[in-house]
Design a protein around this ligand. Structure first.
Ligand SMILES: [Zn+2]
Length: 478
């Protein structure tokens, strides 16, 4: 028998290449690594910290590939507002007013939402640098949460796309990226450069940001197509093609590029993305909340494009719940398929012989190994295999009425929006326990709520944004 620091018993969903599931299995963790995975009768490990057993489910930690955590202070306020009302009315003003301490308080609740339900890695795109140390506040909250994070520091300077105070020249943007990189990078946090989308700065500046990511062996993370692309690409650059076609023409569409949303593409762009080896951060829950019936992940998945699932910022990512995104990936795709069938006047009569596209198993793959690949971290995370970092989630199914009986366990878990927090026996990141019996081991969530409530109250007055609270409400608020 070999000793290890933690031994976990239960049903092991490895997400390895063969997608092995050990119905009665074990995961042995030593220090920060997984040292053994397999069927229980082959377990030759012992540990003083042994958990799990009958009715326990062990998954790799989930990976969120898209977010803007500083938006915690405007959580859900998109409801009842137009895009321009929220963008310039409270979105830029409130997040821009966040200094280091405020950004910490703003980011902590969505971080706790994620980690307490088994998300162990998040990507983040930070672009509000009115206070240069705002990004440091988000990263301090990330570090206290224990999560892994691939942080992108976005430099913006387009005069029509963003308000005064948010624009930076390229030298400042890159110098600050270097500063944040040397201040924060460690085993769990990496920092890269980018911008929001290809029309948020001049082409040569975009190229310089991209070049920085090549020189530093980092990921280049953008939104494409971004909201302003159609208008600005045609108006200013005389470009009538698509955002990905433009990126390719400029030599930037390659394996280190990850693009968020990426819907409403031109014919052939999905194949172009596949040929260049770029990755896609699908954001199905937000697309569905916004009613985007044209959502299409199949154009990528059927072409073997690497995809992960992301949430986007809390202003529209209600609950900051990646389990919801797993379900939304399936429902949004099926609604999109139906929409396309109806608009092409194809035969839409249901015969009962069809199996719907996609599966709960596939959604779970996208949220684990898929997300790890999309963030170029699959050599370390995304599956339960010996040698990988010990990022995992242990669920006690014993009291989970919505997961009983178990014949359709994965569909019930995915369409049922995941486990309840009190069923989360443990979340480990790099072998370290960060959540135990549903509670974060070091961050007090009640205090996080108080601080975030107070912050929002202050900001609403400070930037005159109270007029957007409950805008167009049907209720009489007395
Ligand atoms: Zn976004």
């Amino acid at each position: 028998m070999k000793n290890c620091s933690t031994l976990i018993r239960g049903t092991v969903f490895t997400m390895d290449g063969a997608r092995r599931v050990y119905s009665d299995g074990f995961v042995a963790v030593d220090e920060d690594r997984i040292v053994g995975v397999g069927p229980a009768d082959e377990c030759n490990y012992a540990s003083r910290d042994e958990i799990g057993g009958d009715g326990h489910l062990i998954f790799p930690g989930l990976v969120n590939v898209h977010s803007h955590l500083v938006q915690g202070c405007i959580r859900g306020m998109a409801e009842g507002t137009t895009f321009m009302e929220r963008l310039f009315g409270f979105y830029y003003p409130m997040t821009g007013a966040c200094d280091e301490e405020r950004s910490y308080d703003s980011a902590m609740p969505p971080l706790l939402d994620m980690v307490r339900r088994g998300v162990t890695t998040t990507a983040d795109d930070h672009f509000t640098h009115v206070h240069k140390r705002s990004i440091d506040g988000v990263l301090a909250a990330v570090r206290d949460s224990g999560m892994r994070c691939r942080m992108a520091r976005l430099t913006l300077n387009d005069k029509d796309a963003v308000p005064d105070g948010f624009r930076e020249d390229l030298d400042t943007g890159l110098a600050e990226t270097e500063r944040v990189k040397s201040a924060w990078e460690d085993d769990r946090i990496t920092v890269t450069a980018s911008t929001i989308g290809i029309s948020y700065c001049e082409p040569e500046q975009l190229k310089a940001l991209w070049q920085w990511t090549i020189d530093n062996d980092r990921q280049f993370d953008i939104h494409a197509p971004a909201i302003m692309d159609t208008k600005f690409l045609a108006q200013r650059r005389g470009w009538e093609g698509g955002s990905f076609e433009w990126l390719d023409q400029e030599g930037m569409l390659g394996p280190n590029l990850i693009s968020a949303h990426s819907q409403n593409l031109r014919p052939g762009e999905a194949e172009l993305i596949r040929d260049r080896g770029a990755a896609i951060a699908l954001v199905p829950d937000m697309e569905q909340v916004l009613g985007l019936v044209s959502f299409d992940a199949r154009q990528f998945l059927d072409n073997d494009v690497t995809c992960g699932l992301g949430l986007d910022g809390p202003v529209v990512a209600y609950g900051h719940d990646l389990w919801t995104a797993l379900r939304s990936f399936l429902t949004a795709q099926r609604l999109g398929d139906e929409h396309r069938r109806r608009s092409s006047n194809a035969d839409i009569s249901w015969t009962g012989d069809e199996v719907l596209y996609g599966s709960a198993e596939q959604a779970l793959e996208l949220a684990t190994i898929g997300g790890a690949k999309a963030l170029m971290m699959d050599d370390r995370i995304g599956s339960l295999e010996a040698g990988k970092d010990a990022d995992l989630l242990v669920i006690d199914r014993g009291g989970e009425t919505h997961l009983s009986p178990p014949a359709a366990l994965i569909p019930n878990l995915v369409y049922g929006n995941g486990p309840n927090t009190d069923a989360i026996r443990r979340v480990m990141i790099g072998g370290q326990t960060v959540v135990e019996d549903g509670e974060h081991v070091s961050v007090d969530r009640r205090e996080a709520v108080q601080r975030s409530d107070r912050l929002q109250d202050t900001l609403l007055d400070e930037v005159d944004a109270r007029r957007f609270v409950r805008m167009r409400s049907r209720y009489s608020w007395l």
